[in-house]
Design a protein around this ligand. Structure first.
Ligand SMILES: NC(=O)c1ccc[n+]([C@@H]2O[C@H](COP(=O)([O-])OP(=O)(O)OC[C@H]3O[C@@H](n4cnc5c(N)ncnc54)[C@H](O)[C@@H]3O)[C@@H](O)[C@H]2O)c1
Length: 412
């Protein structure tokens, strides 16, 4: 057996718990550490990892203490967006002062809240001198990987490359107050979820035999709106459930966003990515939908079109939960069951891949530089939405641009 990878998590919230679940499918790495400012939550996440048998995890008192433990080889950066830069600064300080060593760092989406911060993250990871990965789980969704491979191998090889990709992510709104606060999160649903769709559409349109740079953005058109959550009754509901700091009557974020990204391939052929996201979708739960269209073929996937369904009559009035599907909206009627969410959304393949890259000393292809490019595209979409026009890529002023939503000055 080759050496095993010891992994420490920064953050013990929603996504860390998803990663811990997914670790059942990771064979050569163990979750050994958790740090989060809330020591009770960190201890609970460590206990979850131990109970699932995915590592003898323990809670650490600081990031530096976790890095100093020789058992920790790699970090999964899963704190909130507004702590990304300070987390990386602490990591770099610990490494530069010789308090420990790391092989790799994998960072959750989005890499940062704006281009300036994303560039700072790239500079910090380069200073750290470690391997780095960008955790975009949806590129590892099993049906998407297979659909892309087959569409290209069968359809594109005989009838020509695909030209249009569509990707959408929709649910009824995030689980924690900071996501709803433009200044902390970096924006609204565009920043939170369009990072997935932009990458999925780009991935589907890229020839699997060619590098990422074989298609290049040309123009970006974005649109944002607040369709639901700034209505007085919903702004009130949001305040009641998320706390007074989430005030959509005064400081709304967009709950709807769409963008069209026009690309060209290496032969100059036009390609289009249509992406749309919303926090105002009420269905069974989280819905991810994807399409890829070529001259004689098409691929489509919808995460709620599952094989299993559970029917619960009106007399079943149990407590609300997320046990059927992420961001579940109902506990009655005909509900889809996503059999293994951590596999379906890509986390299992994702974590197996990054653990293997770090163990092999191999720089993952999907890394901080890709995270930066995604942030650049998202900020261009915000800029376009604010200006009400299509922008040529890359627009001037992108490096210092902060969306009005993140500044707290946006009015729908
Ligand atoms: N890939 C996906 O689909 C996906 C889904 C959800 C979240 N995310 C990303 O994961 C990250 C975390 O989101 P979440 O849903 O787990 O949020 P969360 O609020 O549920 O959890 C955040 C965790 O970070 C901890 N934290 C607080 N202050 C911190 C600090 N200074 N440094 C480090 N950690 C700190 C909190 O205690 C908590 O444990 C975000 O960047 C989010 O965008 C990705």
């Amino acid at each position: 057996m080759s050496k095993r990878l010891g992994v420490g998590f920064i953050g013990s919230g929603f996504i860390t718990r998803f990663h811990i679940q997914s670790w059942l499918a990771v064979r050569d790495a163990d979750i050994l550490g958790i740090w989060s400012p809330n020591s009770v939550h960190a201890a609970e996440a460590a206990a979850l990892a131990r109970s699932l048998g995915v590592g003898e995890a323990r809670a650490y008192r600081s990031i530096t203490e976790m890095i100093a433990d020789p058992a920790i080889d790699a970090l999964w950066l899963c704190g909130p967006n507004h702590r990304r830069v300070e987390n990386l600064e602490e990591i770099v300080a610990a490494l530069e002062s010789g308090q420990g060593k790391l092989t790799g760092i994998a960072c959750e989406k989005p890499l940062a809240r704006n281009v300036a911060e994303a560039k700072r993250c790239v500079a910090l990871i380069q200073r750290a001198g470690v391997l780095h990965g960008y955790l975009e789980d949806q590129l590892f969704t099993p049906s998407l990987l297979k659909g892309r491979a087959l569409a290209w191998a069968r359809g594109a090889s005989i009838t020509g490359r695909p030209y249009l990709a569509r990707a959408a992510e929709e649910h009824s709104g995030p689980h924690m107050p900071w996501f709803w606060q433009g200044d902390l999160q970096g924006g609204g649903v565009l920043n939170d979820m369009m990072c997935h769709c932009v990458e999925v559409a780009r991935f589907l349109l890229t020839d699997p035999a060619k590098p990422r740079a074989s298609i290049t953005p040309v123009k970006v058109t974005g649109q944002i709106h607040s369709l639901k959550w700034s209505r007085p009754e919903y702004a009130r509901l949001l305040r009641e459930t998320m706390g007074p700091e989430v005030d959509y009557a005064q400081r709304p974020s967009e709950d709807f966003a769409r963008a069209t990204i026009e690309y060209v391939d290496d032969a100059g052929r036009p390609l289009i990515a249509e992406v749309t996201t919303s926090w105002s979708f009420v269905g069974a739960g989280l819905r991810l939908s994807t399409e890829l269209l070529g001259p004689e073929y098409s691929f489509s996937h919808n995460s709620l079109d599952t094989g299993g369904h559970l029917f619960l009559s009106r007399r079943v009035t149990g407590r609300s939960g997320e046990d059927l599907v992420e961001k579940q909206n109902a506990e009655q009627g005909l509900m889809p069951i996503v059999g293994n969410e951590s596999a379906e959304y890509g986390y299992e393949n994702e974590n197996r891949h990054f653990a293997r890259c770090f163990l092999d000393g191999r720089q993952p292809e999907l890394n901080f530089l890709d995270g930066l490019e995604v942030v650049e595209l998202l900020m261009t979409a915000y800029m376009s939405a604010e200006q009400g026009r299509t922008l040529a890529w890359k627009p001037p002023g992108l490096d210092t641009f902060v969306p009005a939503v993140a500044q707290g000055t946006w009015q729908p």
